[in-house]
Design a protein around this ligand. Structure first.
Ligand code: NDP
Length: 322
């Protein structure tokens, strides 16, 4: 029996990384392509998943037996704060259409992508899979957060009412090739890479917003891709799994900026604008559940992953999302 794996959002940062891993890991290995598998990486131009008819058509076309659902309206903090209703509605529509089409087409397994934004604002650290719903999320992105939380609720309901094998993954901050490098609306790593590149090109100072002290867990998109492939093939439970490096591998924003300066080869003036807000100091997430299930897994060292991302950005500047 052949396995058809549909990756929604297959043209984004995480989708491209899954495609890379499937094509580049040895065939038949834990993360490589298996002989009976057909992988489909769908973009929004093939089907706008906000629309139920287009979603159904996509499923009719490919008849997926398995789905990794990444498609989402994604944005940096500014966009999230400004368009809360849009983030709420569009993500609810996308998720509802994908989950229901997966049910109607008797998809054997569906893994949807959540985010650590789903966690309550006031919560005990480290974050664990058990405390997603224990209080409201942070006000700045409650639209996106509630839409994502609802996927976990829907997964449980589909399991109870119809016995569906639906689950979800919760990645921490992702970076890598094919990221969104837009200066206004990107996450911290791609935003700083682009800023530093421009500072070098224009011979201007490289100014990092905030003190550089906050700590974050960053996961390389190609490591995350392997974890999604693992979850799809080897994990059969409705409860989500946090996909992240360990709490002991938090990196400060200054360490990120230092590594970028080195990778870009920037030698000009490099400062921190301490008048700008820092955001939360740290919000560590536990990867204990992941490690207890996956066994041996080697994360790419942060600097190595960052160098690969900067190299990709420099080589693909003309076609990158900037
Ligand atoms: P990207 O912005 O890089 O990619 C988004 C993908 O979703 C693209 O393939 C896009 O298609 C597709 N998409 C968007 N809207 C629609 C739509 N209406 N119909 C169909 N497809 C659509 O996102 P990432 O790869 O960074 O994110 C993937 C998942 O990971 C998301 O669910 C996100 O919430 C989650 N996540 C991301 C984190 C991060 O740091 N980046 C952290 C934690 C979770 P197209 O290219 O055609 O526009």
């Amino acid at each position: 029996m052949s396995t058809v794996i549909l990756v929604t959002g297959g043209t984004g940062l995480v989708g491209k990384a899954i495609e890379y891993v499937i094509e580049n890991e040895p065939a038949g290995s834990r993360f490589g392509k298996r002989p009976n598998e057909k992988w489909i990486f769908a973009s929004s131009s093939e089907a706008d998943l906000r629309d139920p008819a287009q979603t159904r058509k996509l499923y009719e076309k490919y008849q997926p037996t398995h789905v990794i659902h990444l498609a989402a309206l994604v944005g940096g903090l500014f966009k999230n704060m400004k368009y809360k209703l849009t983030f709420l509605r569009e993500n609810i529509l996308i998720n509802d259409n994908v989950l229901h089409a997966s049910y109607e087409h008797k998809t054997q397994k569906l893994i949807s992508c959540l985010s650590t934004c789903v966690f309550p604002d006031k919560v005990e650290y480290p974050l664990t899979e058990l405390n997603i719903h224990n209080g409201p999320p942070h006000d700045s992105n409650f639209g996106y957060a509630h839409a994502k939380r609802m996927v976990d609720v829907q997964n449980h309901a589909y399991k109870e009412e119809f016995g569906c094998n639906f689950s979800s993954a919760i990645p921490t901050n992702v970076f890598g090739p094919h990221d969104n490098y837009d200066l206004e609306d990107s996450h911290v790593v791609p935003g700083l890479i682009h800023k530093c590149y421009l500072a070098k090109k224009n011979n201007t100072p490289f100014v990092v917003s905030g003190t550089g002290k906050p700590l974050r867990q960053f996961i390389y998109s190609r490591d995350l891709a392997k974890l999604f492939i693992w979850q799809l093939r080897e994990y059969d439970d409705v409860e989500p799994v946090i996909l992240s490096v360990g709490e002991d591998e938090e990196v400060s924003i200054k360490e990120v900026a230092d590594a970028i300066v080195k990778a870009v080869g920037f030698q000009g003036s490099y400062t921190f604008d301490t008048t700008r807000a820092d955001g939360q100091y740290r919000k560590p997430a536990s990867n204990k559940k992941l490690l207890s299930l996956i066994g041996d897994f080697k994360f790419t060292p942060f600097e190595e992953a960052l160098n690969e991302s900067v190299k990709w950005f420099l080589e693909n500047y003309d076609n990158a999302r900037i």
